[in-house]
Design a protein. Structure first.
Length: 81
């Protein structure tokens, strides 16, 4: 399920340079953003779980999206500005 897509513009020089290091620039970019999101998910899940355990509260959020949404709504994480 795709929720958001990004369009990234690069210069001709950047494109040509990328061609020298990867045959699949789109795949490389997708992998980079998905891996960074995976790391962020793990951090948020760990922070949320630790927060709830330390407060002696039940963890009622079930599933990755629910945990992330709960972590935002409870102020455990915030959007970087």
């Amino acid at each position: 399920m795709i929720h958001t897509s990004y369009t990234v513009g690069i210069t001709t020089a950047e494109y040509k340079a990328l061609q020298s290091v990867t045959a699949d620039q789109k795949g490389w970019i997708e992998n980079a953003i998905q891996n960074r999101a995976r790391i962020a998910i793990e951090i948020i899940q760990n922070d949320y779980t630790t927060f709830k355990i330390n407060k002696g509260e039940a963890i009622t959020a079930v599933g990755t999206t629910a945990i992330i949404e709960a972590a935002y709504s409870e102020g455990i994480v915030g959007i970087v500005t």
